[in-house]
Design a protein around this ligand. Structure first.
Ligand SMILES: Cc1ncc(C[n+]2csc(CCOP(=O)(O)OP(=O)(O)O)c2C)c(N)n1
Ligand SMILES: [Mg+2]
Length: 632
């Protein structure tokens, strides 16, 4: 009989997680840098006890990090995983009921962005001896249903361990999905609170070090040949670089491929940084928040080579970005789902391997000189637009583009900018001058308000774990996002993790305000104002909210900037700061838009209305909608 060791389910889980590794290109990484957790009756004596035991007996094998909000800890784990190119992440343990359901938003974010996070929600008693327990859903339709069933559609793998015997299969299944580049996302193993504490004799092999190879799938030769044939026929090709290209560490392969072929590159939000902003073939952002350079080339492209992109509506400008009637797509992706999009030639493969194979197969082939030069000219024109936006000199309050310019100039070439929701993701996509493949971290799969600080904490933890302490993390945070979820600042204070939070105070939603106005909805409900006694509407004086004071009260070092010159000085001070988070607050004018994209985004307008502004907007909407088409 094989050797066994008697441990609780929770102790076995912790011991197993500490022993997992990933390997790609021969380099081995610790898969779990630690475990975030907030304890309640569902996990305090289960996973909580097991983490304590690990801290006392095996310090450092699976360090515990205390978070403030369960959603925040999943965001931090996702930010960490993205920064580590998905080779390393954190686990998250939560108590039963609300502790666990707080993780749902984080689960959706991780799955949509295809970032590995391991969620360990606690669950109702397997034995049901005390049912209904505190926080039990008690569905009349089935006693085995709990709030954790809500994780099923949000997880790429879900299992609930009703009995200890099920644990090994659940953990191995979870790890397979976490480390599969095509399938990865939120992975959930729900642990009933009684089962967590139950002892079992586990085979010791369960806890041996396990190295999960992260594959680089090679393209099928016939698929590669079809792709090469389409590319060779192209006169105006364009690469659309997505996040998969960066996760695959394929940016050098991309550079070699485009320098040889002359194909210009447009970037999605997750793919920004695929080429440095000043590369002659870098057209910058594409789509609804794109540059005029990328969108002009996209409009005329006859072949689009999408690499590691899922073609979100922002990338395709709601299917209006690519205007050539005969445009064809070649899609390189590890996920078959994405390769089939827009009736493209499907190349299921790792981005780096595929780009190297394409470069070799296209040796000697190149676009025409005029086309190559045009790309360079358009990119240079856009860079002039960026420079003007950086230095608008708008008053009395500065424009947001000037804030972005100041942060870009003060940040170092390898520093990381983090953002997720509001008007800044679009402005950053257009305007941020990215100099490093990991320098741009905007979560725009879920565009979740509240990701900024929590996700930024994860990024900063990843930078520290990678032994890169000189790399600063700049979190661009709107006042709306700050109010949604800023509490992981306390975690940064606790752990002494440096973050530079740039709080852009514009008293409400500049983004949705502008969108609302463009759709004829008059900025309704987008300003943070008192209710006016006369009108009965929310158009009274600005609310007296002082977010800088709020951050200060959490133990954060706070610098208040007055105008752009002062902002530059305060940012330099923040850059020099060490140990713990620092927040720089700056007030901006919410009514100055970033330079236009010459693009569109499909947000439907009321078809009938008694409001004139809405009727006008509907007319404009119908006109734009006419250029939308399927790519068949
Ligand atoms: C959790 C969540 N709720 C709602 C939205 C919709 N939404 C997108 S941007 C935005 C406003 C963001 O406000 P703020 O952070 O102040 O940024 P600003 O628009 O002022 O730049 C809202 C409500 C969202 N993206 N995420
Ligand atoms: Mg705002």
């Amino acid at each position: 009989m094989s050797e066994t060791v008697r441990l609780t389910v929770a102790q076995a889980t912790v011991r197993f997680l500490a022993a997992q590794r990933t390997e790609r290109d021969g380099t081995v990484h610790k898969l779990f840098a630690g475990c975030f957790g907030i304890f309640g009756h569902g996990n305090v004596a289960g996973i909580g006890q097991a983490l304590l035991e690990a801290e006392l007996l095996d310090p450092g094998t699976l360090p515990y990090y205390q978070a403030r909000n369960e959603q925040g800890m999943v965001h931090a784990a996702a930010g960490y995983a993205r920064m580590r190119n998905r080779l390393s992440t954190l686990a998250c343990t939560a108590s039963i009921g609300p502790g666990s359901s707080n993780m749902l938003t984080g689960a959706a974010l991780a799955t949509i962005n295809r970032l590995p996070v391991l969620l360990l929600p606690s669950d109702i008693f397997a034995t049901r001896v005390s049912s209904p327990v505190l926080q039990e859903l008690e569905s009349p339709a089935g006693y085995d249903v709990s709030v954790n069933d809500a994780f099923r559609p949000l997880s790429r793998f879900f299992d609930r361990v009703w009995r200890p015997e099920q644990l090994p299969a659940a953990l191995l299944g979870a790890l397979r999905v976490l480390t599969d580049p095509a399938e990865t996302g939120a992975v959930t193993v729900a642990l009933p609170q009684d089962v967590q504490a139950e002892a079992y004799d586990w085979p010791v092999e369960l806890f041996r070090e396990r190295v999960w190879h992260v594959p680089r799938p090679v393209p099928e030769p016939a698929a590669l040949a079809r792709a090469v044939e389409v590319l060779r026929s192209a006169r105006r090709p364009l690469v659309v670089a997505g996040g998969g290209l960066i996760y695959a560490e394929a940016t050098e392969a991309l550079r070699a491929f485009v320098e040889a072929t002359g194909i210009p590159v447009a970037e999605t939000q997750a793919g920004k940084g695929s080429l440095p902003y000043d590369h002659p073939l870098a057209l910058g952002a594409v789509g609804s928040t794109g540059t005029t350079a990328a969108n002009a080339v996209a409009r005329e492209a006859d072949v689009v080579l999408g690499v590691g992109t899922r073609y979100s509506d922002f990338t395709t400008a709601s299917r209006t970005a690519f205007g050539d009637p005969g445009v064809r797509f070649v899609n390189v992706n590890v996920a078959a789902l994405d390769t089939a999009k827009h009736a493209g030639v499907a190349v299921v493969a790792d981005a780096r391997v595929a780009l190297q194979a394409l470069a070799e197969a296209l040796t000697g082939w190149s676009v025409g000189d005029a086309y190559r030069e045009r790309a360079g000219r358009l990119a240079a024109e856009w860079d002039g637009t960026v420079q003007r936006a950086y230095t608008l000199g708008h008053g009395p309050l500065p424009a947001q583009s000037e804030v972005i310019g100041a942060v870009n100039e003060v940040s170092g070439p390898r520093d990381v900018v983090v953002c997720a929701a509001g008007s800044m993701p679009g402005d950053l996509h257009k305007l941020w001058r990215t100099r490093d493949p990991k320098g741009y971290h905007v979560e725009y799969g879920y565009s979740c308000m509240g990701y900024e600080i929590a996700g930024g904490l994860g990024v900063a933890m990843a930078v520290l774990d990678a032994g890169d302490p000189d790399r600063d993390v700049f979190v661009m945070c709107g006042d709306g996002s700050y109010l949604m979820m800023a509490q992981e600042l306390v975690t940064a204070v606790q752990e002494g993790v440096k973050l530079v939070v740039v709080l852009v105070q514009n008293h409400g939603f500049a983004s949705i305000g502008e969108l609302s106005e463009s759709l004829g909805s008059q900025r309704f409900g987008t300003r943070y104002r008192y209710r006016d006694a006369g009108s009965g509407r929310l158009d009274g004086p600005v609310l007296p909210v002082d977010l800088a004071a709020n951050a200060e009260s959490l133990g954060v070092r706070v610098l208040r900037a007055d105008g752009i010159a002062d902002l530059r000085a305060k940012l330099a001070e923040a850059k020099a700061h060490t140990g713990g988070p620092v927040l720089v607050q700056v007030e901006t004018d919410p009514l100055v838009p970033a330079p236009g994209s010459e693009s569109w985004w499909d947000v439907p307008v009321a078809e009938v209305s008694a409001v004139d502004s809405t009727r006008q907007a509907r007319k404009a909407y119908e006109q734009s909608k006419a250029s939308q088409r399927p790519y068949l």
